[in-house]
Design a protein around this ligand. Structure first.
Ligand code: PBE
Length: 304
């Protein structure tokens, strides 16, 4: 009971985070040192003209290079690291109310934990609302029809995914958080598996990148197929190898196909070698994200 209440409140917080796409902000942008936390003239200097990025293969990194170009941000660059390094840097800056600009995406638990906003993107470098697609290797439908049927039915919401992500960031193991969600959402899961026959230890291999959203979906699907009798392997790789593995058939499924913009380059590269099985979520988004205490609202504000 207690847990359920917690789940609802964190999801409510997340919804607030998702809604906070610029607009109202704090009047007081003064940091403890007495300097403005940021202003339109000093934001570049304050952050060393750096955008805190994630793993180099992520589509959001390519989009950020495009934004730097589109907005003429000649002095700026994006640092690469990982999703975990990005959220660690965000936490460090946020706790001290220091300026920081990160590559961000929704759904993501950071919107439940911090007051953040997307910078407006009038040039559309980051695209708009996107969908998350499930991709399989060619021949998967014939080889593993039961799994294929479940993957085709797989569809959930930002709130669903947020419950899993928030539990993981609060310390739960990914597979346990995934199972807790499955146990609490039997109606949704049974809609995915309805009429699908059980199997007896058939092997299926997921490839995924350590993006929090992808960790959540991959663990949920792995457990659902496990309950159906599959022996599920999960292999964590970088973004390029994730697509390569499904395209060359060395893995069966990836759940993190962000389209039409984020993974456009990968989809074009592997055209004809991937089976677009279905859409698991709509209205997802990428962009540049800052704490609401920062006094900027648009990527244009990064221009000098
Ligand atoms: N992401 C999460 C990925 C796709 C899923 C937005 C970090 C990317 O940029 O490729």
């Amino acid at each position: 009971m207690k847990k359920k209440l917690f789940g609802i409140s964190t999801v409510a917080l997340l919804a607030v985070g998702l809604a906070a796409c610029g607009g109202d902000k704090n009047e007081d942008t003064t940091s403890s040192e007495g300097e403005p936390a940021s202003s339109s003239e000093s934001v570049g200097k304050a952050v060393g003209y750096k955008i805190t990025g994630i793993d180099p293969g992520a589509g959001i990194m390519e989009a950020t290079d495009r934004a730097i170009e589109d907005y003429g941000l000649d002095q700026w660059s994006v640092t690469s690291g990982s999703g975990a390094a990005m959220t660690a840097a965000l936490k460090k800056a946020y706790d001290k109310e220091e300026p920081i600009i990160v590559t961000g995406w929704s759904p993501h638990w950071k919107f439940a934990k911090y007051d953040l906003k997307y910078l407006d993107d009038p040039k559309g470098s980051y695209g708009g609302a996107e969908e998350i697609h499930t991709f399989g290797r060619l021949g998967l439908k014939e080889d593993l029809p039961e799994a294929y049927a479940v993957l085709q039915n797989f569809h959930w919401t930002e709130e669903d995914m947020a419950e899993v992500m928030v539990e993981i960031i609060d310390g739960e193991k990914p597979n346990v958080a995934a199972q807790n969600w499955i146990d609490a959402n039997e109606d949704k899961v049974s809609a995915w598996t309805e009429g699908v026959e059980k199997v007896d230890g058939d092997k299926i291999k997921f490839v995924y990148v350590a993006w929090d959203s992808t960790v959540a979906s991959t663990n949920v699907m792995a457990n659902v197929l496990g309950e159906l009798g599959y022996e599920v392997e999960m292999s964590q790789v970088e973004a390029g190898p994730m697509y390569t593995a499904v395209a060359d058939g060395s893995a069966d499924v990836l759940l993190a196909g962000w389209l039409p913009v984020t993974h456009k380059t990968y989809i074009e590269k592997f055209d004809g070698k991937l089976d677009d099985i279905g859409v698991s979520m709509e209205n997802v988004k990428i962009g540049l994200v800052v704490p609401t205490y920062m006094d900027i609202d648009s990527i244009e504000d990064l221009q000098e």
